[in-house]
Design a binder for this molecule. Structure first.
Ligand code: ARG
Length: 459
């Protein structure tokens, strides 16, 4: 079978070369966008008088038929036609005859493939914003149900200060909020049209790029033809944002895994999101968060992979750039999988309020607050810190917690103590004392929930 570009060649392509250079096995993912772009292109060729209108109609109808056949899975793509662009063009020519060969007028695969990728990624970004909103909504629901759940907050994975579980959930709502902002901001750089750049220098035909842009609902047209066919920043940006989202997901995954352990037993993931062991009958493993944590690696890998492909690459198109696709598809699939599972997993997670509370009762995470109490009595914070450090050490030696000490015992460490400390030390009071914007006090966290709900309602 002859190649679309066969004219200059006297020999058949080596079979292994064909297999090595072909991208059809993965870029068939772009079929719909390829046809969408071709329809806009051929309509423009008609409007500009570059092609007669009846040729345009034949080509358009043919492209619609090709699309239907693709949807019906009725086309066998072939490696000898290399990629999705030439497979579709070949199928079109088989369908409509030689007039199909006019479609590629004033266009190159270089601006065509870039256009396809912009169209494809544009859709995905919209879907990801939606998935992230759903995850935020699930986290907000858990926060609302746990405005009275107190657990130890950690630094260095050591008990630090008690916090509301709701506050912890809302921390992730904020992170995913920034992820959404980043994706939305990148949209303006994805929503740009490369088509019309030709192979690299523009085209001799009197095309109308702005018309094509408006047909495809792109906000902007790439200004420079060399840049248009060479740019993959928009993919890099997406891969970076996807990496940051996975990093956030891997952190909450790690916490869910820890919290599900017998040692913590703070939460229980629903059976539907866990698996068992083939040998140990008692096991219920948190496979979903574990895999999300693990798959973060491949998402980072795809980012580093494409950064490395593009590094030092001279302008304009180079075949290296065909390597932009598999990583992007893989990242999209990986992120979709993680986000689709995460929202229902969070929504169905059981929160063990009593166990968290028990943990708070058996620690020194209220120590900062009696230091602050002494400061309130006029003691410089540094000295108060020292006094409480000694008090905690005494407790540890005695096998007691701060609330177990008598006032006399307290007074051995400072005369400034009085019986109000017992109230200061109560976990509820410790939490509610942090009544600053962004703090863990119930009033602040309810406000944060209210703000998040208002944002989610707008979507
Ligand atoms: N399959 C190619 C890619 O994905 C399409 C562009 C090919 N252009 C070329 N001049 N060989 O990058």
């Amino acid at each position: 079978m002859s190649k679309l570009w066969g004219g200059r060649f006297t020999k058949k392509t080596d079979q292994l070369v064909e297999e090595y250079t072909a991208s059809i096995l993965f870029d068939k993912e772009l079929a719909e966008e390829d046809i969408q772009g071709s329809i806009a292109h051929v309509m423009m060729l008609g409007k500009q008088g570059i092609l007669p209108l009846d040729d345009v109609e034949k080509i358009k109808d043919g492209l619609h038929r090709v699309l239907q056949r693709i949807h019906r899975n009725d086309i066998e793509f072939s490696i000898s036609d290399e990629d999705i662009h030439m497979n579709i063009e070949k199928t079109l020519i088989d369908d409509v005859g030689p007039v199909g060969g006019k479609l590629h007028t004033g266009r190159s695969r270089n601006d065509q493939v870039a256009t396809d990728m912009h169209l494809w990624l544009r859709k995905r970004v919209v879907e990801f914003v939606d998935l992230l909103h759903k995850l935020q909504a699930a986290l907000v629901e858990q926060a609302k149900a746990n405005l009275d759940t107190i657990l130890p907050g950690y630094t260095h994975l050591q008990r630090a200060q008690p916090i509301l579980f709701a506050h912890h959930m809302m921390a992730y709502v904020s992170m995913f909020g920034r992820d959404i902002e980043r994706l939305q901001d990148s949209y303006k750089r994805i929503n740009m049209l490369p088509l019309g750049a030709g192979a690299l220098a523009g085209t001799t035909f009197p095309i109308d790029r702005h018309y094509v842009a408006s047909q495809l609902k792109f906000d902007r047209v790439y200004e420079n033809s060399l840049d248009a066919v060479s740019d993959r920043d928009f993919i890099l940006e997406f891969l970076s944002h996807a990496s940051i989202i996975m990093m956030h997901l891997s952190r909450i995954s790690e916490e869910l895994i820890m919290w599900s352990s017998t040692e913590f037993h703070f939460v229980e993931l629903d059976d539907a999101f866990c698996t068992g062991s083939s040998i140990m009958p008692q096991k219920k493993n948190p496979d979903v968060p574990e895999l999300v944590r693990g798959k973060t690696g491949r998402v980072y890998g795809n980012l580093i992979g494409l950064l490395t492909v593009l590094k030092s690459l001279p302008l304009a198109y180079n075949k290296d750039m065909q390597e932009d696709k598999e990583g992007m598809f893989d990242t999209v699939r990986t992120l979709q999988g993680a986000l689709q599972l995460f929202a229902p997993m969070i929504a169905t997670m059981k929160v063990n309020k009593d166990r968290m509370r028990q943990a708070v009762n058996q620690d020194f995470s209220n120590a900062t607050d009696i230091a602050d109490f002494l400061v309130g009595k006029g003691l410089p914070f540094r000295q108060a810190h020292e006094v409480i450090g000694k008090t905690v050490l005494y407790c540890i030696q005695q096998g007691k917690y701060l609330l177990d000490l008598t006032l006399d015992e307290f007074k051995q460490f400072s005369k400034l103590f009085d019986d109000r400390i017992y109230s200061v030390l109560q976990p509820e009071n410790v939490v509610n004392a942090r009544n600053v914007y962004g703090g863990t006090a119930t009033a602040q966290v309810s406000d944060a929930i209210g703000r998040a709900e208002a944002e989610l309602e707008k979507t």
